[in-house]
Write a protein that binds this ligand. Structure first.
Ligand code: ZN
Ligand code: ZN
Length: 661
């Protein structure tokens, strides 16, 4: 396709198949102008033989060419990358001596990592943003130069840009590097960039400051990251900012504080949550739900200690395979004990404590088990990433011929929970080993293949949608992760199911077959409700703190209008408290606001605490045996007989389904 370099002309093929001939060295901008003045104005960049190019870069050979305008999806990433450059320009103009490192486009925006001794403050952001708008308005032209690598290294080193010099140093020797100029400011960059800073437009905003490490490694120098967002137009930016606002409103750390669900204390330690009475309600309700569902599925509960001797973890191979996730041992009477990172070894010992005939199989052992795992302090985040957590754990010990069906039952159990909670955005990820890094896994290729076949057959038979993820497998077998998307768009792993062919050897787990001989078992590790910590964080964001009645820490609040209604209010409270609930951990959770405050304030307080029901009672309600029912949404359900309300809230608690209003 390529014309010889000496050819005076190049043939440009447009997406519709049309061809045009130009002098060699023609630019995308010139081609756009030849097509029409409208396009000349709208063109931001080009795609030359499938590669994104600057609009001002000469084309030296025949090529397929596509012109990119603001309307094209590809423009978005370029806008963000250009804006990142302008951010770096603004920061260096305002804070001389700051070194630049890297500044990529990311989902929803961009960031730039800077090396500066003093910290940036939130007050700096509007100043930087104003400077950025100045630079955009100045319409600084962009140009691209290609330098030999060594010249670039020396140049940036002389400028005092050590990080840039180091980056260029990691490019293979003898190669050339491209340098982009916007006015005088310039940066090592692969490009492409727009023809001038004004092409970015003004739909951008700086959003936050965070810490970062050079090359993402905590052992390296600490940098400061400034995040921003940039869009094609104001409408897109506004929609995104609205979404951000919604995210902040739903942030589980904020709601957790406001609703007094959990807290942290520096005296206990980072990543170790203290569950408050309101949060404990959610844990208990989830545990009770699990107890009921697991009972139907034939699980039996056990309880085991949080620590065990070192030898157990060598046997389970958590040591050495998983040692970076475990805490240093405790010395007890001269022996090393570890905080457990998982419950499996304890459960295996319970299975192994008795003999099991083929007729009893499968054996399903369940425990909400407390575990401790090391997480880097920088990775800790509210309840989402913690160092101590309680897992909805169970281990299913089954015959090989039962493994597929047991696995399908586990998948269905997940689906039941998710349906109940109205979780629609989830999918499964089949995690496979990275065959090039088998030293990270237990090296038993045949068993890996057999286990994979069982899991794949289970997935296909279940009909659930799944994707494959290479290199994500546990060291002892392939697994299925449930990936869930929260209401604010973050996706994470909520639970994991593994098929384990190793435990039968390491823990000598056998059953007695029909033939009277011992046979190996498969172990399924499962935790559909994940950990209390992560699952609750998810639920808080999912419901924005307005839990359905069955999960709400306080389900109804009685609000007497006057002292004269005080006795009746107490009677309403007691009636609800004593109402029999055939499902649910204990009974209804109700309280009373008898403070000497205006009714409107009491209603407002209850709404802020996201209490589903407010029962307003005065003398008239007392005389008629009724309650005036208000919802946290502000809706007024009017006055109804107390028995009618009790029946309604009981039904909601027992069915775990709120009545639609
Ligand atoms: Zn760049
Ligand atoms: Zn396990």
């Amino acid at each position: 396709m390529s014309a010889p370099l000496s050819a005076p002309n190049v043939t440009i093929t447009l997406p519709d198949g049309k061809t045009m001939t130009f002098a060699r060295g023609v630019t995308g901008a010139e081609i756009a102008a030849a097509i029409g003045p409208g396009l000349a104005k709208a063109a931001l960049a080009v795609e030359v033989d499938g590669q994104e190019w600057d609009i001002f870069r000469p084309i030296q050979a025949d090529a397929r060419l596509k012109i990119i305008t603001r309307k094209d999806a590809e423009a978005l990433e370029m806008i963000r990358h250009d804006t990142a450059h302008v951010l770096a320009m603004a920061v260096q103009a305002l804070f001389p001596g700051t070194q630049v490192t890297i500044g990529p486009a990311i989902d929803d925006g961009f960031y730039y990592d800077f090396a500066r001794n003093e910290p940036f403050t939130p007050e700096d952001l509007p100043k930087i943003e104003a400077k950025m708008r100045e630079i955009v308005k100045a319409d600084l032209p962009t140009h691209r130069e290609v330098w030999p690598r060594d010249k670039a290294i020396a140049h940036f080193r002389d400028m005092g840009e050590q990080y840039k010099a180091e980056l260029i140093g990691s490019i293979p020797e003898g190669e050339e590097v491209s340098i982009y100029f916007h006015g005088d400011w310039h940066d090592l960059c692969r490009g492409p960039h727009f023809a001038s800073t004004a092409k970015i437009g003004d739909a951008f905003k700086l959003t936050k400051i965070a810490g970062a490490y050079w090359r993402g490694d905590a052992k390296n120098a600490q940098l400061q990251r400034i995040y921003g967002t940039a869009w094609r137009d104001q409408k897109e930016l506004d929609a995104y900012l609205l979404k951000l606002e919604e995210q902040e409103k739903r942030d589980h750390r904020k709601i957790g504080r406001e609703l007094e669900l959990f807290t942290f204390s520096p005296d206990v330690g980072a990543g170790l949550p203290l569950w408050m009475p309101n949060g404990m309600v959610i844990r208990q309700e989830l545990e009770f739900l699990a107890l009921q569902e697991e009972r139907k599925e034939g699980y039996r509960r056990v309880a085991t200690p949080h620590i065990a001797k070192e030898a157990l973890y060598y046997r389970s191979r958590h040591l050495p395979y998983y040692n970076e996730g475990m805490y240093s041992p405790l010395d007890i009477d001269g022996e090393n004990y570890y905080l457990r990172p998982m419950n499996c070894p304890h459960h295996h010992l319970i299975f192994g404590a008795t003999r099991h005939s083929y007729r009893e199989m499968p054996i399903r052992i369940a425990e909400y088990g407390q575990d401790y795992r090391y997480e880097a302090s920088g990775g800790l985040s509210g309840l989402m990433r913690v160092r101590g957590f309680c897992m909805n754990d169970a281990h299913i010990y089954c015959r090989y011929d039962q493994a597929k069906d047991e696995f399908i039952r586990v998948l269905r159990l997940h689906a039941r929970y998710y349906d109940l909670l109205g979780i629609k955005e989830y999918y499964m990820r089949l995690s496979l080993p990275d065959m090039n890094k088998l030293d990270k896994y237990v090296d038993e290729p045949d068993k890996w293949v057999a286990a994979l076949e069982i899991i794949k057959a289970a997935m296909d038979e279940s009909g659930y949608r799944y994707v494959e993820g290479k290199g994500e497998a546990a060291f002892y077998g392939p697994k299925i992760d449930f990936m869930i998307k929260s209401a604010i768009g973050t996706e994470y792993t909520i639970s994991t199911n593994q098929l384990d062919f190793l435990a039968t050897q390491t823990f000598d787990l056998k059953y007695i077959g029909e033939d009277g001989a011992e046979h190996p078992v498969y172990v399924i590790h499962r935790a559909p409700l994940g950990t209390h910590e992560r699952f609750t964080a998810f639920l808080i964001e999912h419901f924005a703190g307005a839990f359905p009645v069955w999960l709400a820490p306080v389900q109804a609040r009685v609000i007497p209008i006057s002292d004269k209604a005080g006795n009746y209010a107490q009677k309403v409270l007691k009636t609800l408290f004593d109402a029999p609930v055939t499902n649910g951990t204990a009974g209804l959770r109700v309280d009373i606001d008898a403070a000497n405050e205006r009714m409107q304030k009491k209603i407002r307080d209850a709404q802020l605490q996201k209490i589903p029901y407010m029962l307003v009672v005065g003398e008239r309600e007392a005389a008629e045996g009724k309650v005036a029912v208000r919802l946290r949404s502000g809706k007024d359900l009017g006055t109804m007989p107390l028995e009618t309300f009790v029946a309604r809230i009981r039904q909601e608690a027992e069915t775990r389904q709120d009545v639609a209003d």
